[in-house]
Design a protein around this ligand. Structure first.
Ligand code: GLY
Length: 877
């Protein structure tokens, strides 16, 4: 039975038992920071179990895309080494949200597996496990279903803590959980392995195919279990494992979909198809994980989900390399995957080009360092070492991009020990060095235990305030004197402290209009949450703790910053509009001069895309939408469609910034009142910061005007220098370039003619006779390699038997040609002469016995090198 048919049968069975068939959710869970990926079918129903979400149905069934790589559920390192582990897999599930419980869950499972109308599996091939204390489940299996007691294994807490058991399922460190009962299929004695609970249970003989979890608790951060509002059911059945059983094979990798991918991996790595090559299985597994991740919006990067993806791609590429494939190959399997899984998951076909591009880019990046990294690894193991030292593992990670689990994978293959502690030590030291070298902020590390500051800068430019703390350097003081650099903390302030990518405000703090004290604020940073540190220099007077001051921001710069910040939101929305919804903010820096925005996108933007983005942003600017700010709960904000940054911590109440219908984002920064205030938006640079991350820099308002004016004046100057009419610069430059090329060609021809003119002279005056052999050695100035060769042909025609060495310095480089007539090659070889000369001018050469060409980089050494030829030839003859 094909995998697609099994998938459908399962859904049909549970539909017949009044379950709602629900589509698979993405691999990246929506708005759930407690787990990285969808690890099971229940993830999309988490809130239903917890009682937070009510649906129109209380029974559901799905075939769910899952990924177990990174985090609590992580099978990455087992992939390739067992018959049944995967990073990506499909989980079939049926769920009850406070509807049925243990009895129905168990009897449904048994019916589907064993009924002749459904899968018709032989009952004697199945055995089950229950949580040690779950007598209820034991009795249902034994008395209601009729499974003999010796085929029901009780499994207790076998993982070192209460409720840490193969038969107690938890989604993550927190969340819904409960005892479970699992169903195993026995592949028979020809496969190694023991029944569950036995010492050999990790073998492949007994394969878990179905897990019925009785969701009863919610686990909190402290590990405490709280009963759920209603006991529920969450089941998970590995589709690939079920295919293995129904297709009568012994390994998931022999089932229809995966076998096709193993075959594709063999084709692309140039080895014969085999189920006994772990690397082929690794590649077949990994292409599914990687392609589905990219299709669901994840791109390779150095953090979070992107890093998990990077690790999987690199692991696959390394396995290809191990099989001898040194070129990029992995992305070529996307097409095979779309063919075998595209019907069930159409996004694979729709996103195929995007997925291929992203994987190819990652492969290319890693290919640049893989070879040298492997050489370094081999070298560190020379002399039969059995431990890979931590320093090498760290260098492989930091310089050659080998994720540590990739290095661990290599060690495992070769039975080497990996010095993990040494690696961790190196990593920590590196992080500390990084911190020490981080940009210096006066506010960094200041000790402070006073009151917080109140920020008035959304509405005020200038605020009356009291000095509540002062620092000279990092030392807390009571007074600053003229000339002191320091930090001023105020109880009230209009200064925005750097956060959310917006730079801190600049301005001044004064006492009595600046007569008694004037402090120039050059930056504002948070000393800690809600404590604003104004850093700068006391230009005049003295400033004491307790002084009443006026704090005034530089409004001109603040306005410019606001324009740039509001424009950043429009840019973000426009990028998603023009490039696609995979664009995610990866960082930003907004100053009064410009905005810099980093985002996920696999390749450089084209000129057309940039023009489109500029046009779209300016269009929204001209529409002059009001910029609305609202305070609301985080959940309401997300429901209203606000874009939030994954991994950012937001408080209960968030600030939502809306510009027409075009952009809605969570933001604590300061902004213009209407989009028209931005004036004019212009992109000034586009570049790459890391694989899959692009950076756009842009200017607005006066900055944009200044940029365009500078471009215009440069254009005018260039037009003048080129002697072109306005608007004719390109034509003129093309014409000038053509003229230049023609002139260069002519000059070259003249030089060659002159050189040929020297031939007579060379034969006449420049010819030596060494032991009766005619030898011409000459420096022919200023001709290229081609001309030199033609000259040597003519020269050899003239002298017949003999040796000729011609060299020339041209364009900072040396060209050398050596000729030896055939009758003399037994004694002297042209390649050796060329090498003799080249080695003295910073080069190397070689070639045929009768003719050899070489080059060098030190024209200044050429005369002496040529002088040495006579004696050298003499010695050979
Ligand atoms: N949530 C059930 C399982 O993953 O096995």
């Amino acid at each position: 039975m094909k995998t697609a048919e099994i998938r459908q049968k399962f859904l049909d069975f549970f539909a017949s038992k009044h379950h709602q068939v629900v589509a698979s959710s993405p691999l990246v869970p929506n708005n759930d920071p407690t787990i990285m990926f969808t690890v099971a079918g229940m993830v999309q129903f988490k809130d239903c179990f917890l009682g937070f979400d009510k649906r129109a149905y209380t029974r559901a069934t799905t075939s769910q895309k899952c990924l177990r790589a990174g985090g609590k559920h992580n099978d990455l390192e087992n992939v390739g080494y067992t018959a049944r582990h995967h990073t990506f897999f499909e989980m079939l599930g049926n769920f009850s949200f406070g509807d049925y419980f243990k009895h129905d869950a168990i009897t449904f499972a048994w019916e589907f597996l064993t009924s002749p109308q459904w899968l018709n599996l032989p009952k004697d091939k199945l055995m089950v496990t229950v949580y040690a204390s779950d007598d209820e489940a034991f009795d249902i299996w034994n008395k209601t279903v009729g499974v003999p007691a010796e085929k029901i294994v009780r499994i207790g807490d076998n993982k070192g803590a209460p409720y840490a058991s193969d038969n107690f399922w938890t989604m993550g460190d927190t969340g819904p959980c409960g005892p479970c009962t699992e169903i195993f299929y026995d592949h028979g004695p020809s496969v190694a392995g023991g029944p569950p609970g036995s010492p050999d249970e990790d073998g492949d003989r007994y394969m878990e195919i179905w897990n019925n979890v009785f969701m009863q608790f919610n686990r909190d951060e402290t590990g405490t279990l709280h009963p759920l509002p209603k006991p529920s059911v969450d089941t998970g059945m590995g589709l690939e494992r079920l295919s293995t059983v129904l297709q009568g094979v012994k390994s998931n990798y022999e089932t229809d979909i995966l076998a096709d991918l193993v075959r594709a991996a063999a084709r692309e790595t140039g080895v014969a198809y085999s189920q006994d090559v772990p690397s082929l299985k690794v590649i077949a597994d990994h292409i599914r994980a990687c392609a589905f991740l990219v299709a669901d919006g994840v791109l390779p990067s150095n953090e979070g989900r992107g890093y998990v993806l990077r690790r999987i791609v690199r692991r696959a590429v390394r396995h290809g390399y191990k099989l001898g494939q040194k070129n990029v190959f992995f992305h070529k399997l996307v097409d095979d995957l779309a063919r075998v899984m595209g019907d069930a998951y159409p996004q694979l076909r729709e996103g195929q080009a995007k997925v291929e591009d992203a994987l190819r880019a990652e492969e290319e990046q890693f290919a640049r360092t893989l070879d040298i990294g492997m050489a370094l690894l081999e070298k560190s193991l020379e002399g039969g070492k059995t431990v890979l030292d931590g320093k090498t593992a760290f260098t492989l990670h930091s310089t050659y991009g080998f994720p540590i689990d990739l290095t661990a994978d290599i060690c495992r293959e070769r039975n080497l020990e990996l010095d993990m502690a040494g690696y961790e030590r190196e990593l920590k030291e590196e992080q500390e060095r990084g911190r020490a070298a981080g940009s210096f902020k006066m506010t960094a590390g200041l000790a402070y235990d006073g009151n917080a500051s109140t920020f008035h800068g959304y509405t005020e430019v200038s605020t009356e305030a009291t000095v509540i703390a002062l620092y000279k350097g990092s030392e807390q003081v009571q007074q600053l004197d003229a000339g002191d650099d320091g930090v001023v903390v105020l109880d009230n302030t209009p200064f925005y402290a750097e956060s959310g990518g917006q730079a801190g405000d600049v301005g001044e703090i004064s006492v009595a209009g600046g007569l008694n004290a004037l402090f120039d604020v050059t930056d504002t940073q948070k000393v800690k949450a809600d404590v604003f540190g104004h850093q700068g220099k006391l230009a005049r007077g003295s400033l004491k703790v307790g002084d009443s001051v006026t704090a005034t921001i530089d409004l001109h710069k603040r306005h410019a910053t606001q324009r740039n910040h509001s424009a950043t939101h429009l840019l973000h929305a426009a990028l998603r509009d023009v490039l696609g919804p995979h664009v995610e903010q990866k960082g930003s820096l907004v100053t009064f001069e410009r905005t810099r925005f980093d985002f996920s996108h696999p390749k450089a933007l084209t000129a057309e895309e940039i023009a489109k983005i500029e046009a779209l942003v300016n269009h929204v600017v001209m529409a002059n939408h009001a910029v609305d700010v609202g305070l609301m709960s985080y959940d309401d904000a997300i429901k209203a469609g606000a874009m939030a940054l994954f991994g950012e911590k937001y408080g209960d109440e968030v600030r939502v910034l809306k510009m027409g219908e075009f952009s809605t984002e969570l933001c604590g920064g300061t902004h213009v009142h209407r989009t028209g205030d931005i004036g004019f938006f212009k992109i000034v640079a586009e570049s790459g910061v890391a694989a899959g991350i692009r950076r756009v820099e842009a200017v607005t308002g006066e900055g944009a005007l200044a940029t365009v004016q500078a471009l215009e004046s440069e254009l005018k100057a260039a037009t003048g220098v080129a002697g072109a009419q306005p608007g004719e610069l390109v034509n003129k430059l093309e014409k000038l370039q053509a003229e230049l090329k023609a002139a260069q060609k002519e000059a070259q021809q003249l030089k060659s003619q002159m050189a040929f003119g020297q031939l007579d002279q060379l034969v006449g005056l420049g010819m030596l006779t060494i032991k009766d052999v005619k030898v011409v050695v000459s420096n022919v100035d200023g001709v290229d390699g081609g001309t030199l060769r033609e000259m040597s042909d003519k020269l050899m025609d003239r002298i017949g038997s003999g040796i000729a060495v011609l060299a020339s310095a041209y364009d900072g480089k040396v060209s050398i040609i050596a000729r030896v007539s055939k009758d003399l090659t037994g004694k002297v070889k042209a390649g050796e002469i060329a090498n003799h000369v080249a080695s003295q001018v910073g080069g190397k050469g070689g070639g045929r016995p009768d003719m050899a060409q070489a080059g060098g980089t030190q024209p200044e050494n050429l005369p002496d090198a040529l002088k040495s030829v006579g004696a050298w030839v003499d010695a050979k003859l």
